[in-house]
Design a protein around this ligand. Structure first.
Ligand code: PEP
Length: 260
C-alpha cells in the first residue's frame, strides 16, 4: 500500500445505540488513545441521535465520526431527513452513502446515491461510497459488472479523490458471518482500483478501498492484509470496543514494518 493511503477502519453502528452506549464509544476512544488500534485512522458512524454527544465526548481525541446517510438538500421541508450540513455541524467528518441496507430498505437508486455523495462533498464531508453485489449476482458471474455499474453511476463527476472512500461490501456477506474468499476480495479490490483509474485518471492510488461484510477479529488480519484493501467498514463487531480495537490492531505490525 502506498504510504499516502493510511488505512481506515470505520464502524457502522446502524440502528443500534442508546445514550448508555456512549460508554462503549468512550472505551473505543480510550483504546485508540492507548495505541490499541495501531496506526489506522478510526472513524465511528453512530446513529444520528448519538453523533453530537459522541463527538463531544471524543473532542480533541484520535477518533473521527461519520453519519450513516444524508439527505440531498442542505435544509428545508424534508421531514425526518438529516442533511450533510447537519452531520458536519454535529461533529462528522464522513458520511456513508449507498449502504446496501439503504438501497434495499429505502429503494435508493444509484442516482440518488450520487446526489447524496454530492451533498456530503458540498458540506465538506468525506464520502464513504458503498458498492456490492447480491449472492444471486455473484453466482451469475455478475459481481464485477454490478459494482462497476454502481461506481460509474454513483460517483459525482467532480469528486475529489482525497475525500472519497469506497467500501466494497458484498450484500450476502453483511451480517451473515460469511465472507468471500481472500482471492475474491483481492480480485474485486484490484478491479475497483482499475475502474477508479478509469473514472478518476491519475487519482485512483489516492482512494482508499475498504472491505466490509462480517469482518471480525478472527478474519481481520487475512482480509485486511490483501492487496488493495485499505481498511474495513465494520458493522456488528464495531459495537463492542474490544472487538473493534482488535480488528484495527491488525495494522500495528504492518505499519511498523513499512515505516521502519
Ligand atoms: C455493514 O453493514 O457495513 C457491515 C459491514 O456489517 P457487518 O460487519 O455486521 O457484516
Amino acid at each position: 500500500m502506498p504510504d499516502r493511503r493510511r488505512p481506515l477502519v470505520a464502524g457502522n453502528w446502524k440502528m443500534n445505540g442508546l445514550g448508555a452506549s456512549l460508554a462503549e464509544i468512550a472505551a473505543i476512544r480510550d483504546g485508540v488513545a492507548a495505541g490499541r488500534a495501531g496506526s489506522a485512522e478510526i472513524v465511528l458512524c453512530p446513529p444520528a441521535t448519538l453523533l453530537m454527544a459522541a463527538a463531544e465526548l471524543c473532542e480533541g481525541g484520535p477518533i473521527g465520526f461519520g453519519g450513516q446517510d444524508c439527505g440531498v438538500e442542505a435544509s428545508g421541508a424534508h421531514t425526518g431527513d438529516i442533511s450533510a450540513e447537519m452531520l458536519k455541524d454535529a461533529g462528522a467528518a464522513y458520511v456513508i452513502v449507498g449502504h446496501s441496507e439503504r438501497r434495499a430498505d429505502h429503494g435508493e437508486t444509484d442516482s440518488l446515491v450520487r446526489a447524496k455523495a454530492a451533498a456530503g462533498l458540498r458540506a465538506g464531508l468525506s464520502v464513504i461510497l458503498c458498492v456490492g453485489e447480491t449472492r444471486a449476482e455473484r453466482e451469475a458471474g455478475e459481481a464485477m459488472s454490478k459494482v462497476s455499474g454502481q461506481l460509474a453511476q454513483s460517483l459525482p463527476a467532480d469528486v475529489p479523490a482525497t475525500r472519497l472512500v469506497i467500501a466494497y461490501e458484498p450484500v450476502w456477506a453483511i451480517g451473515s458471518g460469511v465472507t468471500p474468499t481472500p482471492q475474491d476480495v483481492a480480485a474485486m479490490h484490484g478491479f475497483l482500483r482499475e475502474r477508479l483509474e478509469h473514472q478518476l485518471p491519475g487519482k485512483a492510488a489516492i482512494v482508499r478501498i475498504l472491505y466490509g461484510g462480517s469482518v471480525k477479529p478472527a478474519n481481520a488480519a487475512e482480509l485486511l492484509g490483501l492487496p488493495d484493501v485499505d481498511g474495513a467498514l465494520v458493522g456488528g463487531a464495531s459495537l463492542k470496543a474490544t472487538e473493534f480495537l482488535q480488528i484495527a490492531h491488525v495494522y500495528q505490525a504492518s505499519e511498523v514494518t513499512s515505516s521502519g
